[in-house]
Write a protein that binds this ligand. Structure first.
Ligand code: NAI
Length: 247
């Protein structure tokens, strides 16, 4: 079966808004058709899809909870039915449930690990057969600086993001011989809905710790992801690249 259109295809999870939206737009401008994935955010996803389609008209949106392996498998079948093949996977979907450890409920802990870490693992596993058949593929997992440093009030989130780093290194080692690269990106504080929740005081405290004295922009993370998936990064795998303004 011929693939739809001439372009390479990138799957981007959490693509409805924030960093995922910026990644979807950047990769669309770089020449990929985008298979966007998001959950509980259909209206924003449709708005983003419209923007993405201005650069990559065969792009599409799939509603899928990445924490649910049955939905992930079904969505991958739908993506393959539409495009036959794909070339890039960006695991960006993520959530926070910030509280001190003693106040975290089992639900707060499990939901963050389920979406951030297990979602990344399920999506990657579901994409691997296609990458192995093509003998090429590039995966970028969005971790966080908090996965490297830890943070007060984010024990569940830090554990999920540190888990992504170990997972990334393992996938890079298991599948490097098959020409599949896997890297992680560890953003610091980036201006999105997620960081809008921060108080003015928390913002001021953070600015004092950032060498560049400002929050990052989603586009700046998208530029790094665009580089990592491209052939310009053909000898980079198993790495975690921080993008944090010198935090
Ligand atoms: P956001 O809250 O603006 O967007 C999250 C995206 O993930 C949305 O598209 C949402 O639909 C999707 N999503 C949430 N749960 C999902 C699920 N179960 N299944 C499928 N999709 C789901 O978040 P933001 O700020 O754009 O963050 C994106 C990624 O970057 C996350 O993994 C986050 O942890 C990470 N990150 C963000 C930082 C920041 O400062 N904003 C810093 C470091 C990492």
């Amino acid at each position: 079966m011929d693939r739809l259109g001439e372009k390479n295809v990138a799957i981007v999870s959490g693509a409805s808004r924030g960093i995922g939206r910026a990644i979807a737009l950047k990769l669309a401008k770089s020449g990929y058709d985008i298979a966007m994935i998001a959950a509980h955010d259909n209206e924003r996803a449709q708005m983003t899809l419209k923007e993405v389609k201005a650069y990559a008209d065969q792009s599409s949106f799939f509603e899928c909870n990445v924490a649910n392996p049955v939905q992930v498998a079904k969505t991958l079948e739908e993506i393959k039915a539409r495009y036959t093949d794909f070339d890039v996977l960006v695991n960006n979907a993520g959530i926070t449930r910030d509280k001190l450890l003693l106040s975290l409920s089992e639900e707060d802990i499990a939901s963050v690990i389920d979406v951030n870490l297990l979602g990344t693992i399920y999506m990657t596993k579901a994409c691997l057969k296609t990458f192995l058949r093509k003998k090429s593929g590039s995966i970028v997992n969005i971790s966080s600086i908090v996965g490297l440093t830890g943070n007060v009030g984010q024990a569940n989130y830090a554990a999920s993001k540190a888990g992504i780093i170990g997972f990334t290194k393992s996938v890079a080692k298991e599948y490097g011989k098959k020409n599949i690269r896997c890297n992680a990106v560890a953003p610091g504080f980036i201006e999105t809905d997620m960081t809008d929740l921060m108080s003015d005081e928390a913002r001021k405290n953070i600015f004092e710790k950032i060498a560049l004295a400002r929050l990052g922009q989603a586009d700046e993370v998208a530029n790094l992801v665009n580089f990592l998936v491209s052939d310009q990064a053909s000898y980079i795998t198993g790495q975690t690249i921080s993008i944090d303004g010198g935090l």
